[in-house]
Ligand binder design. Sequence first.
Ligand code: ADP
Ligand code: ASP
Ligand code: MG
Length: 412
Amino acid sequence: MALIVQKYGGTSVASLDHIRRVAESVAARKQKVNDVAVVVSAMSGQTDQLLEMAAKISAVPDSRELDALVATGEQVCAALMAITLNSIGCPAISLLGLQLPLVTDSVHTKARILDLQTDKLKQLFREGVVPVVAGFQGVTEEGSITTLGRGGSDTTAVAIAAALNADCCEIYTDVDGIYTADPNVCPKARHLDKISYSVMLELAGLGAKVLHSRSVELAQKFAVPLVVKSSFGSAKQTWIVNEEDIMEDSVIQGVTLERNVSKISLIRVPDRPGIAHRILSPLADAAINVDMIIQNASTDGFADFTFTIAKTDLEQATRLVEKVATEIGALEVLAANNIVKVSAVGIGIKTNPGVAAKMFKSLSSENINIEMISTSEYRISCVIEEKYGELAVRAIHLAFELEGQPGRLKER
Ligand code: ADP
Ligand code: ASP
Ligand code: MG
């Protein structure tokens, strides 16, 4: 008998009617496969509403309390789902992160999983009860509630599937799989029946929020069969598979738009050894991830230093950087959050020099100015003005002829 972990995202559980439809399909699935564990997100919009409330009270709310606040979204949904399942004759019990427990480190709002106990889940399976786990949340060893970062319910689901050695982890969402770009931004995006863990990891890390990037990382590490499906009924789906099972015939395989980006510039920083470290180490200490970094050529012993971070870290980062700027004698600190990052993702980009030129040409043909560039083996990213983000995705997607016909991905 199979063991399946199903995860339902916010839009799939947006109302009591949605929850009922999901409950019916969970109950039907349980009849067939025996053991089903369900992971739920908060009802659509709930997490944003809770965060907005906190933002009205404070510009930099305490991160421990933010976690305690937003974790309630998933608690409500898990309990409603369990009530609904029980009401249709399918025994179910809701479980919070702290009840499993799913133990994390104490980096609030972006905690990482340290341990996941499966005893309760296994006991429930033996009793024929469906565990409904509140996604996105965990608990520290000291007992504080944590969350895994926006979109983190995917990671909860994959972690549970890995720990239970499940036959499959199914991610149900509002699209019927992975496309070459966000289909809501680029209507010509092409559906993919399969995608490799490594390309998916890049896409997810660069803004394709259809999967939380750590869920892909975990699925690859623990060889969890992972599939993305629509909870609104569609025959299509996308399997995330090993690279050997896919043969791509194009270098670029997807285009992403990352909206959660902002930048901080320090103007006229004294150009001497140790300055970059002075600026960035307080951010590292505060678990703020710095992405692109640019230091322009020094003139008269001074340089400008610019870097990008998540928009959600901007307030805290600006405070930390302003303090250092005063200490090191920089002229001023400028913070901007009207930017986005567009990326072309593929394999072997560095060995295909034409790729960067094509991407830049597609942006210039739309008159879009590039503010920052970074490249790696797997991607080229450009920071541009926010208002051009969606246009840029469509232009890059067109330039790399990604719309094509299904079948361009050939199986070996
Ligand atoms: P859920 O609430 O179910 O977790 P999300 O909103 O987190 O759903 O993720 C689904 C969304 O991801 C889609 O509605 C789509 O707009 C977006 N998305 C971004 N990039 C892609 C992509 N390459 N393929 C499919 N969906 C994508
Ligand atoms: N509810 C959380 C969010 O909106 C987690 C999730 O949906 O996966 O980010
Ligand atoms: Mg999501």
